[in-house]
Design a protein around this ligand. Sequence first.
Ligand code: HEM
Length: 499
Amino acid sequence: YTWPSWTDELEDIMYLQISPPPVLPSDKALPNGFEPRFTTRLLMIKLTGKGGLDASLMYEMERPENQGNEGLNATFGFFTGYQSIRSSMADLLALGVYTSVRECSGPVIPFRAGRIDATAAGETGVPEPTTDLQTTIAQFEKAGFDKSEMIAMVACGHTLGGVHGNDFPDITGDSNESSFPRFDSSTARFDNTVVTEYFEGNTTNPLVVGPHATNSDLRVFTSDNNVTMQNLRDPAAFRTTCTSILQRMIDTVPSTVTLTEPIQPVDVKPMALKLSVTSASTIRFEGSKRRRVFDVYDNGDDVEVSTGGQGLGFDDHFQFYEFATDIPHTTGISSFNVQYSTEPLHTNGGGGFPLHSEILAQPLQSCVAGLKQMKIVAAVRNDRAQIPVHAVVYVKNYTPGVFGAVIEKRKVELVSTGKSVGEYTFFSGSTEVSDRSIFTQYDLVSEGDEGEEDEVCGEGEEEYEEEVEMVEMVKVEFLSTALFAQSQDESGCPALLTA
Ligand code: HEM
């Protein structure tokens, strides 16, 4: 792992269940893990989409086969807050399976990233409680799972949660919100009670003991004469079978998708970095360093003194160290290293943690005015002030009937304000965003050139190479903003810094 990586944001979501608020820019830490109950059901439904997990369910919620909107809506509403250009809804759903299973003391299901969200509804074909067995088997087969795998997958899913009476009154016999018969007596524990109670004859699973027409679990479980269910009576076998079947379930993706290696927790990671011009001669460099702590307790005492709060995950304990320093305009900064007390230097694999001081985001002068007009201010070092500058803004769009955001990539030209201090000139540009786009993210690009080839001029024998002076492109990626914290009235953004 070398910082930065496009998976950094997902890594935060995966490994930080609790984090100090200022550290994660969009308050991304999960209070208590992803909603444990809903996500695995959502996932199951997804498999019947176009070749795999692509979140096309966002567009399919009004279909009768996706009945149970109450729970599913809540889940999508929750995930939407985490969606970004680097955290697709499909990846979040997969991560939700990891989190929900772990939250309920289940096994670790490795999480790989890279799923791409569908842009339209997929095929129909979600198995329902009333679907006949042959059709259900065919639906699972289409997604690549045979009969025995189907049985295991349903048992692994139905170890959590139950059936909501307000969504399925025909099953529970009671349309009250309080009606919620559980699949087993250990609702929030990922264990094989759903299997053992089924054999012991004391199961409460409404899809086994409910009305005949909706006894889908009974039909599924008995479809191979209980052979698979018998195997799952052993708790260890249940755990290993569920681990591999749920892993396959979330890793079933369209052929155009390439998943990363499983995301591992990063040991040393810069967070919430800010680099901006704060005076006529200095740049302020501030942020936080996150450190995974391997050995916190020494003789029962906490050996590290944390200045930026602590973060907790299922297995990991992180400490945050905040810092702020002023760097002269004339010196700038291109990389930094990290050191914790007397330990060896962390150099990010040798090259340091890279930064750019050619073009700086200016959060102090940028804002969303009237919760609509997003103004982006950048400070461009004077040697690049003649080169075009733009921002790539990732706008989260919300459409009625779509249960999630669709992220639009928008290019916003930044033009010189004519104002400068020290070595920098301020550029600005603006674009309209929705009032739900509080945490809009953007990249800044000082265009220059991407390649470094010499230009070939002339033709035939007269061909000659001209040395063209190349100005490299500089891209400052993925600024996660909390611009709303600035000015929210119509009057506009804070004034530019003046010399
Ligand atoms: C034949 C296939 C299946 C059918 C017909 C089916 C049907 C249902 C129904 C009707 C509910 C109640 C939903 C609600 O009240 O909101 C439910 C809940 C649930 N299902 Fe399934 N399911 C199937 C397969 C699966 C699979 C493969 C998984 C995951 C691996 C899964 C995971 C869940 C979970 C976790 C819940 C609990 C949701 C909650 O408590 O809010 N299901 N299922």
